[in-house]
Design a protein around this ligand. Structure first.
Ligand code: IDP
Ligand code: MG
Length: 140
């Protein structure tokens, strides 16, 4: 096992329902440490830049509008195999397919309003962390 860092967003459906603490409890129960965290209102330009990889997808416009529909909480998580571990506890993109006990199975409202984002690779994790945090803001 390797200590890794991954990037997380608690999405506007989660801040709207005031369930940041409930989601953070599941992150910590999985052995991941929240080593950086801040609450932000994304601009449309930031949402579009963050999700640029999905620019050609049919849901891109709606996804960006959803991501700016309220505040988000961005996080850096650290722990053993953090990238895969967080994807595992997040659950499937569509909550209808998410396994019992996962964040999305318990909290997601829909395939779009699915409460959390997590990096899909170590390489993307490093890019996404750097998009939102300076090194000074991350404390192991
Ligand atoms: P992931 O968040 O599980 O990695 P991605 O395929 O990377 O899933 O999609 C990014 C985000 O786009 C999802 O978390 C979800 O909010 C949204 N999304 C994905 N597929 C759909 C869809 O079919 N309709 C609407 N929104 C979608
Ligand atoms: Mg993804």
């Amino acid at each position: 096992m390797t200590i890794e860092r991954t990037f997380s967003i608690l999405k506007p459906d989660a801040t709207r329902r005031n369930i940041i603490g409930k989601i953070n409890a599941k992150i910590e129960a999985a052995g991941l440490r929240i080593i950086a965290q801040k609450r932000l209102q994304l601009s449309l330009a930031q949402a579009q830049a963050f999700y640029a990889v999905h620019a050609e997808r049919a849901f891109f416009g709606e996804l960006c509008q959803f991501m700016i529909s309220g505040p988000v909480v961005v996080q850096t998580l650290e722990g053993d195999d953090a990238v895969a571990k967080y994807r595992d506890i997040m659950g499937a993109t569509n909550p209808a397919n998410a396994k019992e006990g996962t964040i999305r199975q318990e909290f997601a409202e829909s395939i779009e309003a699915n409460s959390v984002h997590g990096s899909d690779s170590l390489e993307n994790a490093a890019k996404e962390i750097a998009f939102f945090f300076s090194n000074l803001e991350i404390v192991s």
